[in-house]
Design a protein. Structure first.
Length: 317
């Protein structure tokens, strides 16, 4: 009897996978392979009819063991929905509480704020704005590394990203504070570099960005005026910009030799006051259990423990 139950359970699983594969293959033929619509329609019709007929016959044995994969899939779907829901709410919580550039400049110009030697890399999912974990850091420890970079790692739906196009930089505050935003883009077949290789490549690309920024600023000044008497002032400004860029690159090299520190937010997500019982169970228990039993971010990135600094913060969603 048990063998028949297992056979019925496996039958529903296999036929359901066949059906899903047919639908996904149709999407691939339409978007990736760009086959003719008539050929795609014929493929989809033939295989869908055959699989639907087989699936309907298998589903008639649902109570004879077919409910096993259904129950198992419902549990997995509930776990994935919980993980997605809390992560989305957490992302919007951070996005609603980002620091603005003016606030960042005011923080850096405080009298009690110190710039410590070295390079600081703060990982965040946000690609815009300053994450609230940084505000938490400078509130408790009023110090920032001499070179500070906010990094967001994004995986794109393409196989590979060229190394020359991997990093996108921009300044967080005006030049002189050495604070940058970086988005690191990877394809789904690109391996993640080790921490040492990643930091070296990141700083090399950062220096290239600074050089290109100086060249672009000079070219913009040149295009802004066509008067002959302004040529000498433009040349002087261009020389000053290039000199400032060279000094900033040397400063980055010197601070890189003093060490690189990786900073990560250790967020404790809890349900806000007044939340329903269901939300409290989902956020405070189910999500916390999943998060505590999944691989941590610093382990996935292979960050050395002696170079890692975690910043604790609580999010009430």
């Amino acid at each position: 009897m048990f063998c028949f139950v297992v056979v019925n359970a496996y039958g529903i699983c296999v036929v359901t996978v066949f059906s899903i594969t047919t639908h996904l293959m149709t999407v691939v033929m339409l978007l990736i392979w760009k086959e003719r619509l008539l050929f795609i329609a014929a493929f989809y019709t033939v295989f869908t009819i055959a699989e639907f007929t087989y699936l309907s016959s298998i589903l008639s044995k649902f109570i004879e063991g077919g409910y096993l994969p259904f129950c198992f899939s419902m549990v997995l779907m509930a776990l994935m929905a919980t993980w997605h829901y809390v992560n989305v709410r957490r992302y919007w919580y951070e996005l609603d509480r980002v620091m603005l550039a003016a606030e960042m400049t005011a923080v850096l110009e405080r009298r009690d704020m110190r710039r410590v030697p070295g390079v600081g890399l703060l990982y965040s999912e946000l690609v815009q704005g300053i994450p609230p974990v940084f505000a938490r850091l400078v509130e408790k420890i009023p110090s920032v590394h001499a070179v500070f970079i906010f990094i967001s790692i994004k995986h794109l739906p393409i196989p590979r990203v060229s190394p020359s196009e991997r990093f996108i930089f921009r300044r967080v505050v005006p030049a002189g504070h050495c604070m940058f935003r970086c988005v690191a883009r990877y394809g789904y077949t690109d391996p993640l570099e080790g921490p040492k290789e990643f930091a070296t490549f990141l700083l090399d690309r950062l220096k290239m960005f600074i050089q290109e920024e100086a060249v672009f600023s000079t070219s913009c000044q040149t295009a802004a005026t066509d008067e002959a008497d302004g040529a000498s002032s433009i040349a002087i400004d261009g020389h000053v910009l290039r000199q400032a860029a060279d000094e900033e690159k040397r400063f980055i090299d010197a601070e890189a030799e003093r060490g690189v520190v990786y900073l990560m937010g250790e967020a404790n997500v809890t349900a806000a006051t007044g939340s329903s019982v269901m939300k409290r169970i989902v956020v405070d228990y189910v999500y916390t259990f999943l998060r505590n039993n999944l691989r941590q971010g610093h382990k996935a990135l292979s960050v050395p423990k002696d170079q890692l600094l975690k910043v604790g913060i609580t999010y009430e969603i």
